[in-house]
Write a protein that binds this ligand. Structure first.
Ligand SMILES: *Cc1c(COP(=O)(O)O)cnc(C)c1O
Length: 396
C-alpha cells in the first residue's frame, strides 16, 4: 500500500506521468506492459506461511496493490487503500471512532454519507454536528469538544458547490485533537490535494472522476499517518469492503487519462457556466469558477482549476423536473464524473435522503456533471431544453 515501496524513478516525475506508471511497472512474470487482472482468490504457499507476498485476495491482491500505489502517489500520500465503494471507504473510516465520539461534518455532504451518519451511526450512539460551509468559515472552534474525533469535510460540496478552506479547518481541528477527513471526489487530486493543505485522510468515490467512465463502483483512502494507515489496512481486511481485481483494473485504466479528462471537464464546465449565467430562465448558477461564487477566492487558492460540476436554480421545482427530461445530449441519471454529461434533480434523486433535514437541497436545483463532449453541443442542448422555460417567463 506504500507509494514509496521500492522507490522508483516515478518519485521524481510529474502527476501525469505518475498516473500512467506509478505502481504499474511491466509485469515481472510475463512482461505484460499493462498490469494484469489477477483474478484469483488465493495464492500458493511454498511452505506453510511462506508466499510471494500474497495469501488471500481479501488481504491483498497484486492488481489492487498497483491501484493503491498509484492512488497514494497522486494524492501525495505515503499510503493508499482501495475499497469496494466510496461508502465502503466511509464505513471503514467510521470504524476509527466509537459510540459516544463526535463527528463534526459539513452539512451539505454527499447524500449517501448523510444517510449513513443519520440512519446507521447515530442510532448506535455516535454523535454528529452538522455545520454549513459559512459556519465552518466563521471558525470551527466553538463546535469542537473533547469528544470530537473527526472533522468531515467535502469541498466543493455535493450538490451546492460550497467551498471550504481546508488549511483553516485543519488548523482548528488539529488544535482540538480531531482527525480531518476530506472527501475529494469532486476536485480529484489533479485539481486539489487535501493532504498538502493539512488534511489527515483523503477519501474518494473512485466511481466518479478517478475511473471516469461510469463503469465501476469503487472507493479509496490516502493518508500520510502511519498509525491511521495501519488501522485502515487492518480494517480493510477485517471488515472486508474490498474491490475485486477487475474493478481495480478499471480504475487503474481510468487514472491514466485523469489529467487530460479533468482539463476538458473544467474547460467545458466554464463554457456551460458562462452560458447558464447569461440565460434569462436561469435564476442562479453555482460554480466556484464564477467570480460571484462565495467560495471563488478560496477555490482559486486551493484548487488548480474549478472542476466539472455545476448546479443551477430554475424558477420552480416543476421547471427543474421538466427541464431534465428535455435534454438529448445530457443524460438524466445519478452519478457524476464520467466522460458523458449527466443531468439530475438532486432533491428527488441523489439527495432524497436529506429531504427531511433543515438544510435539504432546494427542489428547483439542477445538477450537471459536465462531460468531455464538444462544449458547443452541450451548450446547444441546454439552450433547446431551456427554451420553453424562457418563453414561459416572457409570457408571465
Ligand atoms: C458518489 C459519492 C460518494 C459515494 O461513493 P460510492 O462509490 O457511490 O459509494 C461519496 N462522496 C461523494 C462526493 C460522492 O459523489
Amino acid at each position: 500500500m506504500s507509494a514509496k515501496d521500492g522507490a522508483a524513478y516515478t518519485d521524481a516525475v510529474e502527476f501525469e506521468t505518475r498516473a500512467i506508471h506509478d505502481g504499474q511497472e511491466p509485469d515481472p512474470a510475463t512482461g505484460a506492459v499493462i498490469t494484469p487482472i489477477y483474478q484469483t482468490a488465493t495464492f500458493v504457499q511454498d511452505d506453510v506461511g511462506v508466499n510471494k507476498g500474497y495469501d488471500y485476495s481479501r488481504s491483498g491482491n497484486p492488481t489492487r496493490t498497483a491501484l493503491e500505489t498509484c492512488l497514494a502517489s497522486l494524492e501525495s500520500a505515503e499510503y493508499g487503500l482501495a475499497y469496494s465503494s466510496g461508502l465502503g471507504a466511509t464505513t471503514t473510516i467510521m470504524h476509527l471512532v466509537n459510540p459516544g465520539d463526535r463527528v463534526v461534518s459539513v452539512n451539505d455532504v454527499y447524500g449517501g454519507v448523510y444517510r449513513m451518519f443519520t440512519q446507521v451511526y447515530e442510532p448506535k450512539g455516535y454523535r454528529f454536528t452538522y455545520l454549513s460551509a459559512e459556519e465552518i468559515a466563521a471558525g470551527l472552534e466553538p463546535h469542537l469538544d473533547e469528544s470530537t474525533r473527526i472533522v468531515w469535510l467535502e469541498t466543493p460540496t455535493n450538490p451546492l458547490l460550497n467551498v471550504i478552506d481546508i488549511r483553516k479547518a485543519a488548523d482548528s481541528a488539529h488544535a482540538a485533537g480531531a482527525l480531518v477527513v476530506v472527501d475529494n471526489t469532486f476536485a480529484t487530486p489533479y485539481f486539489q490535494r487535501p493532504l498538502e493543505l493539512g488534511a489527515d485522510v483523503v477519501l474518494h468515490s473512485t466511481t466518479k472522476y478517478l475511473s471516469g467512465h461510469s463503469d465501476v463502483i469503487g472507493g479509496s483512502v490516502a493518508t500520510n499517518d502511519p498509525t491511521v494507515a495501519e488501522r485502515l489496512k487492518f480494517l480493510q481486511k477485517a471488515l472486508g469492503a474490498v474491490p475485486g481485481p477487475f474493478d481495480c483494473w478499471l480504475v487503474l485504466r481510468g487514472l491514466k487519462t485523469l489529467a487530460l479528462r479533468m482539463e476538458r471537464h473544467s474547460e467545458n464546465a466554464r463554457a456551460v457556466a458562462d452560458f447558464l449565467a447569461g440565460h434569462p430562465a436561469v435564476d442562479h448558477v453555482l460554480y466556484p469558477g464564477l467570480r460571484d461564487h462565495p467560495g471563488h477566492e478560496i477555490a482559486a487558492r486551493q484548487m488548480r482549476d474549478f472542476g466539472g460540476m455545476i448546479s443551477f436554480l430554475t424558477a420552480s421545482e416543476e421547471e427543474a423536473i421538466a427541464l431534465v427530461t428535455r435534454t438529448k445530449v445530457w443524460t438524466l441519471a445519478e452519478s457524476l464524473g464520467g466522460v458523458e454529461s449527466l443531468i439530475e434533480v438532486p432533491a428527488r434523486m441523489t439527495h432524497a435522503s436529506t429531504s427531511e433535514a433543515s438544510f435539504a437541497t432546494p427542489g428547483n436545483l439542477v445538477r450537471l456533471s459536465v462531460g468531455i463532449e464538444a462544449a458547443a453541443d452541450l451548450v446547444a442542448d441546454l439552450e433547446q431544453a431551456l427554451a420553453p422555460v424562457a418563453a414561459a417567463s416572457k409570457r408571465a
